[in-house]
Design a protein around this ligand. Sequence first.
Ligand SMILES: NC(=O)c1ccc[n+]([C@@H]2O[C@H](COP(=O)([O-])OP(=O)(O)OC[C@H]3O[C@@H](n4cnc5c(N)ncnc54)[C@H](O)[C@@H]3O)[C@@H](O)[C@H]2O)c1
Length: 447
Amino acid sequence: MRLSMVGTGYVGLVTGTCLSNAGNDVVCLDIDLAKVEKLRNGISPIYEPGLDELLHHNIKAGRLSFTTDALAAHSNSDIIFICVGTPTDSRGHTDMTYIDSAADGIAEALLKLGPTAKPKVVVVKSTVPVGTTFRVRDRIRAKVGPDIAFDVADNPEFLKEGAAIEDFNKPDRVVVGVENERVGQLMRDLYDPFVRNGHPIYIMDVLSAEMVKYASNAMLACKISFINEMANLCEAYGADVGKVREGMCADRRIGNQFFYPGVGYGGSCFPKDTLACIMMGESRDVPTPVNRAVHELNQDQRTRFFAKVTSHFGGSLAGKTLAFWGIAFKAKTDDIREAPAISLMKMAKAAGASVRAFDPVANSNARIELGAGFDVVDEMYEAAKGADGLVVATDWDEFKAPNFERLSALMRGKVIFDGRNLYSRSLMAQHGFAHYSVGRAPVNGPS
Ligand SMILES: NC(=O)c1ccc[n+]([C@@H]2O[C@H](COP(=O)([O-])OP(=O)(O)OC[C@H]3O[C@@H](n4cnc5c(N)ncnc54)[C@H](O)[C@@H]3O)[C@@H](O)[C@H]2O)c1
Protein backbone atom coordinates (compact mmCIF):
# COMPACT_ATOMS: atom_id res chain seq x y z
CA MET A 1 0.00 0.00 0.00
CA ARG A 2 0.98 3.64 -0.27
CA LEU A 3 1.08 5.32 3.11
CA SER A 4 1.96 8.69 4.58
CA MET A 5 2.79 9.46 8.20
CA VAL A 6 2.19 12.91 9.68
CA GLY A 7 4.82 13.35 12.42
CA THR A 8 8.12 11.49 12.61
CA GLY A 9 8.55 11.19 16.38
CA TYR A 10 8.84 7.98 18.38
CA VAL A 11 5.56 6.65 16.96
CA GLY A 12 5.49 8.04 13.40
CA LEU A 13 9.08 7.16 12.60
CA VAL A 14 8.97 3.63 14.03
CA THR A 15 5.56 2.92 12.48
CA GLY A 16 6.53 4.34 9.09
CA THR A 17 9.81 2.47 9.05
CA CYS A 18 8.28 -0.87 10.05
CA LEU A 19 5.41 -0.52 7.58
CA SER A 20 7.91 0.23 4.79
CA ASN A 21 9.97 -2.77 5.87
CA ALA A 22 6.92 -4.96 5.22
CA GLY A 23 6.90 -3.75 1.59
CA ASN A 24 4.64 -0.69 1.71
CA ASP A 25 5.67 2.63 0.15
CA VAL A 26 5.86 5.17 2.97
CA VAL A 27 6.36 8.93 2.93
CA CYS A 28 6.97 10.54 6.33
CA LEU A 29 6.02 14.18 6.79
CA ASP A 30 7.24 16.50 9.54
CA ILE A 31 7.21 20.25 10.10
CA ASP A 32 10.68 20.07 11.64
CA LEU A 33 13.03 20.64 8.69
CA ALA A 34 16.18 19.78 10.66
CA LYS A 35 14.66 16.41 11.59
CA VAL A 36 13.64 15.70 8.01
CA GLU A 37 17.09 16.58 6.70
CA LYS A 38 18.72 14.24 9.21
CA LEU A 39 16.34 11.46 8.25
CA ARG A 40 16.98 11.97 4.53
CA ASN A 41 20.63 11.34 5.33
CA GLY A 42 19.68 8.15 7.15
CA ILE A 43 20.29 9.60 10.63
CA SER A 44 17.63 8.84 13.20
CA PRO A 45 16.81 11.82 15.46
CA ILE A 46 15.82 9.40 18.25
CA TYR A 47 17.51 6.45 19.90
CA GLU A 48 15.56 3.23 19.44
CA PRO A 49 17.30 -0.17 19.32
CA GLY A 50 17.29 -1.60 15.77
CA LEU A 51 15.85 1.53 14.15
CA ASP A 52 18.99 2.79 12.35
CA GLU A 53 19.47 -0.45 10.48
CA LEU A 54 15.83 -0.61 9.31
CA LEU A 55 15.91 3.04 8.34
CA HIS A 56 18.96 2.61 6.11
CA HIS A 57 17.63 -0.59 4.57
CA ASN A 58 14.27 0.88 3.56
CA ILE A 59 15.57 4.27 2.39
CA LYS A 60 18.01 2.39 0.17
CA ALA A 61 15.24 0.14 -1.14
CA GLY A 62 13.30 3.30 -2.14
CA ARG A 63 10.28 2.46 0.03
CA LEU A 64 10.81 5.10 2.71
CA SER A 65 11.23 8.84 2.20
CA PHE A 66 10.89 12.08 4.16
CA THR A 67 9.42 15.47 3.34
CA THR A 68 8.11 18.72 4.81
CA ASP A 69 5.61 19.12 1.97
CA ALA A 70 2.12 17.86 2.88
CA LEU A 71 0.90 17.65 -0.72
CA ALA A 72 3.92 15.63 -1.80
CA ALA A 73 3.43 13.32 1.20
CA HIS A 74 -0.27 12.65 0.69
CA SER A 75 -0.77 12.86 -3.07
CA ASN A 76 -0.30 9.13 -3.72
CA SER A 77 -1.22 7.68 -0.35
CA ASP A 78 -4.10 5.31 0.32
CA ILE A 79 -3.85 5.76 4.08
CA ILE A 80 -2.66 8.86 5.97
CA PHE A 81 -1.60 8.25 9.59
CA ILE A 82 -1.67 11.14 12.07
CA CYS A 83 1.15 10.52 14.59
CA VAL A 84 1.68 13.99 16.07
CA GLY A 85 2.10 14.75 19.78
CA THR A 86 -0.90 15.21 22.10
CA PRO A 87 0.65 16.72 25.24
CA THR A 88 -1.49 17.73 28.21
CA ASP A 89 -1.15 20.64 30.59
CA SER A 90 -0.70 19.98 34.32
CA ARG A 91 -4.46 19.41 34.75
CA GLY A 92 -4.90 17.08 31.80
CA HIS A 93 -6.30 19.35 29.08
CA THR A 94 -5.01 17.92 25.81
CA ASP A 95 -3.31 20.39 23.51
CA MET A 96 -5.05 19.77 20.18
CA THR A 97 -2.87 22.21 18.22
CA TYR A 98 -0.82 19.49 16.51
CA ILE A 99 -3.83 17.29 15.71
CA ASP A 100 -5.70 20.27 14.25
CA SER A 101 -2.74 21.44 12.19
CA ALA A 102 -2.21 17.88 10.88
CA ALA A 103 -5.91 17.74 9.90
CA ASP A 104 -5.65 21.16 8.19
CA GLY A 105 -2.57 20.05 6.23
CA ILE A 106 -4.44 16.94 5.06
CA ALA A 107 -7.51 19.00 4.10
CA GLU A 108 -5.41 21.39 2.03
CA ALA A 109 -3.75 18.49 0.25
CA LEU A 110 -7.14 16.82 -0.44
CA LEU A 111 -8.51 20.10 -1.83
CA LYS A 112 -5.54 20.48 -4.17
CA LEU A 113 -5.89 16.88 -5.33
CA GLY A 114 -9.58 17.47 -6.06
CA PRO A 115 -12.65 15.20 -6.15
CA THR A 116 -11.29 12.87 -8.83
CA ALA A 117 -8.36 11.69 -6.70
CA LYS A 118 -8.51 8.23 -5.14
CA PRO A 119 -10.32 8.46 -1.74
CA LYS A 120 -8.04 8.28 1.27
CA VAL A 121 -8.43 6.98 4.78
CA VAL A 122 -7.20 9.33 7.50
CA VAL A 123 -6.13 7.25 10.50
CA VAL A 124 -5.52 8.80 13.92
CA LYS A 125 -2.65 6.92 15.55
CA SER A 126 -1.86 9.55 18.21
CA THR A 127 -3.35 8.89 21.64
CA VAL A 128 -6.35 11.19 21.71
CA PRO A 129 -9.31 12.12 23.92
CA VAL A 130 -12.35 10.07 22.97
CA GLY A 131 -14.16 11.79 20.10
CA THR A 132 -11.03 13.28 18.48
CA THR A 133 -11.18 11.12 15.34
CA PHE A 134 -14.63 12.58 14.63
CA ARG A 135 -13.26 16.05 15.35
CA VAL A 136 -10.59 15.40 12.70
CA ARG A 137 -13.24 14.10 10.27
CA ASP A 138 -15.47 17.13 10.79
CA ARG A 139 -12.58 19.58 10.55
CA ILE A 140 -11.42 18.12 7.24
CA ARG A 141 -14.99 17.91 5.92
CA ALA A 142 -15.61 21.58 6.80
CA LYS A 143 -12.58 22.56 4.73
CA VAL A 144 -12.95 20.25 1.72
CA GLY A 145 -16.73 20.42 1.31
CA PRO A 146 -19.09 17.57 0.38
CA ASP A 147 -17.55 16.43 -2.92
CA ILE A 148 -14.22 15.03 -1.77
CA ALA A 149 -14.50 11.48 -0.46
CA PHE A 150 -12.42 10.29 2.49
CA ASP A 151 -12.84 8.06 5.55
CA VAL A 152 -11.46 8.22 9.06
CA ALA A 153 -10.32 5.55 11.51
CA ASP A 154 -8.61 5.34 14.87
CA ASN A 155 -5.66 2.99 15.32
CA PRO A 156 -4.02 3.50 18.72
CA GLU A 157 -0.38 2.53 19.01
CA PHE A 158 0.85 0.29 21.83
CA LEU A 159 4.60 0.21 21.17
CA LYS A 160 6.99 0.69 24.10
CA GLU A 161 9.99 2.94 23.62
CA GLY A 162 13.13 0.80 23.91
CA ALA A 163 11.35 -2.20 22.37
CA ALA A 164 9.35 -0.32 19.75
CA ILE A 165 10.45 -2.25 16.66
CA GLU A 166 9.70 -5.62 18.25
CA ASP A 167 6.37 -4.35 19.60
CA PHE A 168 5.29 -2.97 16.24
CA ASN A 169 6.38 -6.03 14.29
CA LYS A 170 4.82 -8.49 16.73
CA PRO A 171 1.99 -6.63 18.45
CA ASP A 172 0.01 -8.30 21.25
CA ARG A 173 -3.02 -6.94 19.44
CA VAL A 174 -3.98 -4.41 16.81
CA VAL A 175 -6.97 -2.19 17.58
CA VAL A 176 -8.78 -0.30 14.85
CA GLY A 177 -11.91 1.85 15.19
CA VAL A 178 -13.85 2.33 11.96
CA GLU A 179 -17.12 3.69 10.62
CA ASN A 180 -17.58 1.05 7.91
CA GLU A 181 -16.44 -2.45 7.05
CA ARG A 182 -14.55 -1.41 3.89
CA VAL A 183 -12.06 0.56 6.00
CA GLY A 184 -11.95 -2.30 8.52
CA GLN A 185 -10.91 -4.69 5.75
CA LEU A 186 -8.28 -2.27 4.42
CA MET A 187 -6.73 -2.00 7.88
CA ARG A 188 -6.90 -5.78 8.33
CA ASP A 189 -5.01 -6.18 5.05
CA LEU A 190 -2.38 -3.66 6.18
CA TYR A 191 -1.76 -5.37 9.52
CA ASP A 192 -2.12 -9.01 8.46
CA PRO A 193 1.65 -9.44 7.88
CA PHE A 194 2.25 -8.35 11.50
CA VAL A 195 -0.08 -10.88 13.14
CA ARG A 196 1.07 -14.10 11.54
CA ASN A 197 1.70 -15.21 15.14
CA GLY A 198 -2.07 -15.44 15.53
CA HIS A 199 -2.44 -12.35 17.68
CA PRO A 200 -5.77 -10.59 17.13
CA ILE A 201 -6.81 -7.58 15.08
CA TYR A 202 -9.83 -6.05 16.80
CA ILE A 203 -12.03 -3.99 14.53
CA MET A 204 -14.49 -1.95 16.57
CA ASP A 205 -16.23 1.41 16.67
CA VAL A 206 -14.09 4.56 16.72
CA LEU A 207 -14.94 5.76 20.24
CA SER A 208 -14.18 2.39 21.83
CA ALA A 209 -10.86 2.15 19.97
CA GLU A 210 -9.84 5.58 21.29
CA MET A 211 -10.82 4.51 24.80
CA VAL A 212 -8.85 1.22 24.62
CA LYS A 213 -5.60 3.18 24.53
CA TYR A 214 -6.39 5.39 27.53
CA ALA A 215 -7.79 2.48 29.53
CA SER A 216 -4.69 0.37 28.81
CA ASN A 217 -2.22 3.08 29.83
CA ALA A 218 -4.26 4.03 32.90
CA MET A 219 -4.23 0.36 33.98
CA LEU A 220 -0.46 0.05 33.51
CA ALA A 221 0.14 3.28 35.45
CA CYS A 222 -2.17 1.92 38.14
CA LYS A 223 -0.04 -1.22 38.52
CA ILE A 224 3.06 0.87 39.14
CA SER A 225 1.41 3.18 41.65
CA PHE A 226 -0.15 0.20 43.41
CA ILE A 227 3.13 -1.65 43.92
CA ASN A 228 4.73 1.63 45.01
CA GLU A 229 2.02 2.10 47.63
CA MET A 230 2.66 -1.45 48.88
CA ALA A 231 6.41 -0.72 48.89
CA ASN A 232 5.83 2.31 51.08
CA LEU A 233 3.80 0.18 53.49
CA CYS A 234 6.59 -2.45 53.46
CA GLU A 235 9.08 0.23 54.50
CA ALA A 236 6.89 1.33 57.38
CA TYR A 237 6.39 -2.22 58.67
CA GLY A 238 9.83 -3.73 57.98
CA ALA A 239 8.69 -6.01 55.16
CA ASP A 240 10.70 -6.49 51.93
CA VAL A 241 8.71 -5.52 48.82
CA GLY A 242 10.88 -7.82 46.67
CA LYS A 243 9.66 -10.83 48.63
CA VAL A 244 6.12 -9.48 48.83
CA ARG A 245 6.10 -8.97 45.07
CA GLU A 246 7.31 -12.53 44.46
CA GLY A 247 4.62 -13.92 46.74
CA MET A 248 1.94 -11.87 45.00
CA CYS A 249 3.05 -12.52 41.44
CA ALA A 250 2.82 -16.30 41.78
CA ASP A 251 -0.93 -15.74 41.58
CA ARG A 252 -1.58 -15.86 37.84
CA ARG A 253 -4.47 -13.43 38.16
CA ILE A 254 -1.92 -10.83 39.31
CA GLY A 255 1.03 -11.85 37.08
CA ASN A 256 4.57 -10.51 37.21
CA GLN A 257 4.68 -8.09 34.31
CA PHE A 258 5.15 -4.38 34.70
CA PHE A 259 4.95 -4.54 38.46
CA TYR A 260 8.16 -3.13 39.89
CA PRO A 261 8.48 -0.65 42.74
CA GLY A 262 10.71 2.40 42.27
CA VAL A 263 10.70 6.15 41.83
CA GLY A 264 7.52 6.02 39.77
CA TYR A 265 6.67 6.16 36.11
CA GLY A 266 7.59 8.92 33.68
CA GLY A 267 7.71 9.33 29.92
CA SER A 268 5.45 11.03 27.45
CA CYS A 269 2.50 8.65 27.87
CA PHE A 270 1.47 7.44 31.35
CA PRO A 271 1.55 10.84 33.10
CA LYS A 272 -0.39 12.60 30.36
CA ASP A 273 -2.81 9.76 29.66
CA THR A 274 -3.74 9.38 33.33
CA LEU A 275 -4.34 13.13 33.51
CA ALA A 276 -6.35 13.02 30.29
CA CYS A 277 -8.63 10.34 31.82
CA ILE A 278 -9.21 12.62 34.82
CA MET A 279 -10.02 15.48 32.47
CA MET A 280 -12.36 13.38 30.33
CA GLY A 281 -14.17 12.49 33.56
CA GLU A 282 -14.43 16.14 34.62
CA SER A 283 -15.84 17.12 31.24
CA ARG A 284 -18.72 14.62 31.54
CA ASP A 285 -19.13 14.74 35.31
CA VAL A 286 -17.78 11.23 35.87
CA PRO A 287 -15.63 10.78 39.00
CA THR A 288 -12.19 9.24 38.34
CA PRO A 289 -10.77 8.74 41.86
CA VAL A 290 -8.55 5.81 40.84
CA ASN A 291 -6.75 7.80 38.16
CA ARG A 292 -6.35 10.74 40.54
CA ALA A 293 -4.80 8.54 43.20
CA VAL A 294 -2.51 6.86 40.67
CA HIS A 295 -1.27 10.24 39.47
CA GLU A 296 -0.81 11.76 42.94
CA LEU A 297 0.99 8.72 44.30
CA ASN A 298 3.31 8.78 41.32
CA GLN A 299 4.25 12.41 41.92
CA ASP A 300 4.67 11.82 45.67
CA GLN A 301 6.94 8.85 45.04
CA ARG A 302 9.64 11.16 43.70
CA THR A 303 9.41 13.51 46.69
CA ARG A 304 9.37 10.58 49.07
CA PHE A 305 12.51 9.14 47.53
CA PHE A 306 14.23 12.51 47.55
CA ALA A 307 13.48 12.80 51.29
CA LYS A 308 15.68 9.72 51.82
CA VAL A 309 18.55 11.59 50.16
CA THR A 310 18.19 14.74 52.24
CA SER A 311 17.62 12.89 55.47
CA HIS A 312 20.79 10.81 54.97
CA PHE A 313 22.72 14.08 54.84
CA GLY A 314 21.09 15.43 57.99
CA GLY A 315 18.49 17.53 56.16
CA SER A 316 20.80 19.65 54.03
CA LEU A 317 22.41 19.07 50.65
CA ALA A 318 24.32 22.37 50.66
CA GLY A 319 27.86 21.79 49.41
CA LYS A 320 27.20 18.13 48.52
CA THR A 321 27.81 16.60 45.13
CA LEU A 322 25.34 14.00 43.91
CA ALA A 323 26.08 11.66 41.03
CA PHE A 324 23.16 10.42 38.94
CA TRP A 325 23.22 7.25 36.90
CA GLY A 326 20.39 7.35 34.40
CA ILE A 327 18.46 10.33 33.07
CA ALA A 328 16.06 8.76 30.53
CA PHE A 329 12.63 7.94 31.93
CA LYS A 330 13.45 4.25 31.45
CA ALA A 331 16.20 2.10 29.98
CA LYS A 332 16.83 1.73 26.23
CA THR A 333 15.48 5.14 25.24
CA ASP A 334 16.83 8.68 24.99
CA ASP A 335 13.40 10.08 25.95
CA ILE A 336 13.59 12.28 29.05
CA ARG A 337 10.02 13.60 29.00
CA GLU A 338 8.63 13.52 32.57
CA ALA A 339 11.66 11.46 33.65
CA PRO A 340 11.87 10.92 37.43
CA ALA A 341 15.65 11.56 37.16
CA ILE A 342 15.05 15.07 35.82
CA SER A 343 12.72 15.90 38.74
CA LEU A 344 15.17 14.45 41.27
CA MET A 345 18.12 16.34 39.77
CA LYS A 346 16.17 19.60 39.86
CA MET A 347 15.18 18.96 43.49
CA ALA A 348 18.82 18.24 44.38
CA LYS A 349 20.02 21.40 42.68
CA ALA A 350 17.32 23.49 44.36
CA ALA A 351 18.41 22.05 47.72
CA GLY A 352 21.97 23.29 47.16
CA ALA A 353 23.69 20.19 45.77
CA SER A 354 25.92 20.02 42.72
CA VAL A 355 24.72 17.42 40.24
CA ARG A 356 26.88 15.30 37.96
CA ALA A 357 24.89 12.93 35.75
CA PHE A 358 25.42 10.26 33.13
CA ASP A 359 23.06 8.43 30.80
CA PRO A 360 24.12 5.96 28.08
CA VAL A 361 22.02 7.67 25.38
CA ALA A 362 20.04 10.58 26.83
CA ASN A 363 22.94 12.95 27.58
CA SER A 364 22.34 15.29 24.63
CA ASN A 365 18.63 15.62 25.39
CA ALA A 366 19.46 16.17 29.06
CA ARG A 367 21.98 18.94 28.31
CA ILE A 368 19.32 20.80 26.32
CA GLU A 369 16.65 20.30 29.01
CA LEU A 370 18.82 21.04 32.06
CA GLY A 371 21.06 23.84 30.82
CA ALA A 372 24.37 24.98 32.22
CA GLY A 373 23.73 24.47 35.94
CA PHE A 374 24.03 20.69 35.64
CA ASP A 375 27.12 18.71 34.76
CA VAL A 376 26.26 15.93 32.31
CA VAL A 377 29.27 13.70 31.65
CA ASP A 378 30.08 11.01 29.11
CA GLU A 379 31.13 8.13 31.35
CA MET A 380 29.42 6.52 34.33
CA TYR A 381 32.40 6.39 36.71
CA GLU A 382 33.33 9.97 35.85
CA ALA A 383 29.92 11.00 37.21
CA ALA A 384 30.74 9.26 40.50
CA LYS A 385 34.18 10.87 40.95
CA GLY A 386 34.31 12.77 44.25
CA ALA A 387 30.53 12.42 44.76
CA ASP A 388 29.02 12.36 48.23
CA GLY A 389 26.29 10.03 47.05
CA LEU A 390 25.07 8.17 43.97
CA VAL A 391 21.45 8.17 42.81
CA VAL A 392 20.47 5.37 40.43
CA ALA A 393 17.43 6.66 38.58
CA THR A 394 17.14 4.46 35.45
CA ASP A 395 17.54 0.69 35.19
CA TRP A 396 20.02 0.56 32.32
CA ASP A 397 21.77 -2.84 32.07
CA GLU A 398 25.22 -1.31 32.57
CA PHE A 399 24.22 -0.05 36.03
CA LYS A 400 23.08 -3.48 37.20
CA ALA A 401 26.48 -4.96 38.06
CA PRO A 402 29.01 -2.13 38.29
CA ASN A 403 32.52 -2.40 39.73
CA PHE A 404 31.71 -1.50 43.34
CA GLU A 405 35.39 -1.42 44.37
CA ARG A 406 36.11 1.17 41.71
CA LEU A 407 33.01 3.09 42.69
CA SER A 408 33.95 3.03 46.32
CA ALA A 409 37.48 4.29 45.56
CA LEU A 410 36.13 7.12 43.39
CA MET A 411 33.36 8.42 45.62
CA ARG A 412 33.84 10.72 48.60
CA GLY A 413 30.78 9.33 50.39
CA LYS A 414 29.77 5.69 50.31
CA VAL A 415 26.04 5.91 49.83
CA ILE A 416 23.78 4.70 47.01
CA PHE A 417 20.18 5.83 46.59
CA ASP A 418 18.83 3.01 44.50
CA GLY A 419 15.61 4.25 42.88
CA ARG A 420 15.16 1.04 40.86
CA ASN A 421 16.03 -1.58 43.48
CA LEU A 422 18.93 -2.79 41.33
CA TYR A 423 21.22 -3.93 44.14
CA SER A 424 20.69 -6.55 46.81
CA ARG A 425 21.00 -5.45 50.40
CA SER A 426 23.57 -8.17 51.08
CA LEU A 427 25.79 -6.97 48.22
CA MET A 428 25.63 -3.42 49.51
CA ALA A 429 26.53 -4.54 53.04
CA GLN A 430 29.40 -6.62 51.65
CA HIS A 431 30.85 -3.59 49.82
CA GLY A 432 30.33 -1.30 52.78
CA PHE A 433 27.86 1.06 51.12
CA ALA A 434 24.97 2.74 52.85
CA HIS A 435 22.05 1.88 50.60
CA TYR A 436 18.51 3.20 50.32
CA SER A 437 16.01 1.59 47.98
CA VAL A 438 12.22 1.43 47.68
CA GLY A 439 10.17 -0.85 49.93
CA ARG A 440 13.18 -2.40 51.67
CA ALA A 441 15.03 -1.49 54.84
CA PRO A 442 18.10 0.69 54.34
CA VAL A 443 21.57 -0.82 54.66
CA ASN A 444 23.95 0.96 57.03
CA GLY A 445 21.42 3.77 57.21
CA PRO A 446 19.74 5.27 60.23
CA SER A 447 17.58 2.63 61.91
N1 LIG B 1 6.19 7.73 22.51
C1 LIG B 1 5.53 6.60 22.76
O1 LIG B 1 6.06 5.64 23.33
C2 LIG B 1 4.09 6.45 22.35
C3 LIG B 1 3.50 5.19 22.34
C4 LIG B 1 2.18 5.07 21.93
C5 LIG B 1 1.45 6.19 21.56
N2 LIG B 1 2.04 7.42 21.62
C6 LIG B 1 1.25 8.58 21.18
O2 LIG B 1 1.63 8.90 19.84
C7 LIG B 1 1.61 10.31 19.64
C8 LIG B 1 2.96 10.79 19.16
O3 LIG B 1 3.89 10.55 20.20
P1 LIG B 1 5.47 10.69 19.94
O4 LIG B 1 6.14 10.29 21.21
O5 LIG B 1 5.83 10.00 18.68
O6 LIG B 1 5.58 12.28 19.72
P2 LIG B 1 6.86 13.13 19.32
O7 LIG B 1 6.73 14.40 20.03
O8 LIG B 1 8.09 12.30 19.47
O9 LIG B 1 6.67 13.36 17.74
C9 LIG B 1 5.69 14.18 17.18
C10 LIG B 1 6.21 14.68 15.84
O10 LIG B 1 5.14 15.32 15.14
C11 LIG B 1 5.67 16.45 14.44
N3 LIG B 1 4.55 17.34 14.08
C12 LIG B 1 3.81 18.15 14.90
N4 LIG B 1 2.86 18.77 14.17
C13 LIG B 1 2.99 18.36 12.90
C14 LIG B 1 2.29 18.62 11.68
N5 LIG B 1 1.25 19.44 11.64
N6 LIG B 1 2.71 18.04 10.55
C15 LIG B 1 3.76 17.20 10.55
N7 LIG B 1 4.46 16.88 11.67
C16 LIG B 1 4.07 17.45 12.83
C17 LIG B 1 6.69 17.02 15.41
O11 LIG B 1 7.62 17.85 14.77
C18 LIG B 1 7.33 15.72 15.95
O12 LIG B 1 8.43 15.32 15.15
C19 LIG B 1 1.14 10.91 20.96
O13 LIG B 1 -0.25 11.07 20.93
C20 LIG B 1 1.51 9.84 21.98
O14 LIG B 1 0.70 9.88 23.12
C21 LIG B 1 3.34 7.57 21.98
